[in-house]
Design a protein around this ligand. Structure first.
Ligand SMILES: NC(=O)c1ccc[n+]([C@@H]2O[C@H](COP(=O)([O-])OP(=O)(O)OC[C@H]3O[C@@H](n4cnc5c(N)ncnc54)[C@H](OP(=O)(O)O)[C@@H]3O)[C@@H](O)[C@H]2O)c1
Length: 252
């Protein structure tokens, strides 16, 4: 059975990925959508129909991920597309953010993404695609987002190296790097109006456009995708200028 798997599917970018995959990959037999809030997943199933299979699980829970992996075996799944999108950030000084939240970002953004990739990869074959939601936060460290930026730097490094390894199996890995999007991410990160000059002024990325354009980039077998000239330019200067200078410029 040809399927797509999307984590963080209950809101924001993940929800848009579900809808975009539904439209852009008509040959898929099922789309497996994962997040903790069952009611939000169920709403998508009601909207899109029987192609949607919901998994209301916490992917930082190894036991729950094991159940998902058993289901891959039972259904003889052929995963054509894996979108590792679940993630969260926290804004603030490292020492002011509760330990559970600092470590929680590492558990979800890095460890769970690695675990999901590891258990899904045996069910992927030539022509399949992996999309990892990274961030512009991967381009340079930002003060007051120390752990979040570090987790996304991990996602970038992991995605690029894995892409190199999987070339011979003809599986592409794309790191998607959005700038700020108006999703639940911002309130979860404690970012509101007035919290940070940068977040107040940075151009917003449209969620639906990000989902669609990154899927096209994945089909074109790209390694990294950033939307909007402003953030493409930021990626470029973060590569060529000294990190300390970029950090001063991109203060969050
Ligand atoms: N919005 C931005 O400004 C921005 C910018 C750059 C990158 N990103 C990245 O984009 C991705 C999507 O974020 P978003 O903006 O769409 O924010 P969002 O609306 O808060 O989405 C996060 C998703 O992750 C799920 N999730 C959180 N913890 C989970 C867990 N333990 N197990 C399973 N699912 C979990 C959430 O669902 P449940 O709560 O139902 O579990 C939700 O569906 C993240 O990786 C984020 O780092 C966001």
């Amino acid at each position: 059975m040809n399927i797509a798997v999307i984590t963080g599917a209950s809101s924001g970018l993940g929800r848009e990925y579900v809808k975009a995959v539904f439209r852009m990959y008509p040959a898929l037999e099922e789309i497996w959508i994962i997040a903790r809030r069952e009611n939000k997943l169920f709403e998508l199933k009601v909207e899109l129909g029987d192609k949607i299979r919901i998994f209301p699980i916490d992917i930082t829970d190894n036991f729950a991920v094991n159940q998902y992996s058993e289901m891959l075996k039972e259904t003889n799944a052929n995963v054509r597309l894996l979108i590792n999108n679940a993630g969260f950030g926290k804004h603030g000084n490292f020492y002011e953010i509760p330990t559970e939240e600092n470590c929680g970002m590492v558990r979800l953004n890095c460890e769970a993404l690695t675990l999901m990739t590891s258990v899904t990869l045996p069910f992927m074959s030539a022509g399949a695609e992996i999309i990892n939601t990274c961030s512009i936060a991967a381009f340079a460290p930002n003060i007051r987002m120390a752990v979040y930026c570090s987790t996304k730097a991990y996602v970038m490094s992991f995605s690029r190296a894995l892409r190199g390894e999987l070339k011979k199996r003809q599986i592409n890995v794309l790191a998607v790097c959005p700038g700020p999007m108006n999703t639940e991410f911002l309130p979860v990160a404690n970012i509101g109006k007035g919290t940070s000059k940068a977040f107040d002024t940075l151009p917003r990325v449209k969620v639906r456009e990000m989902a669609e354009k990154s899927l096209l980039a994945s089909k074109r077998k790209k390694a990294v995708y950033t939307n909007k000239g402003f953030y493409k330019f930021y990626r470029f200067i973060a590569k060529i200028l000294p990190t300390s200078f970029v950090m001063k410029m991109a203060k969050t």
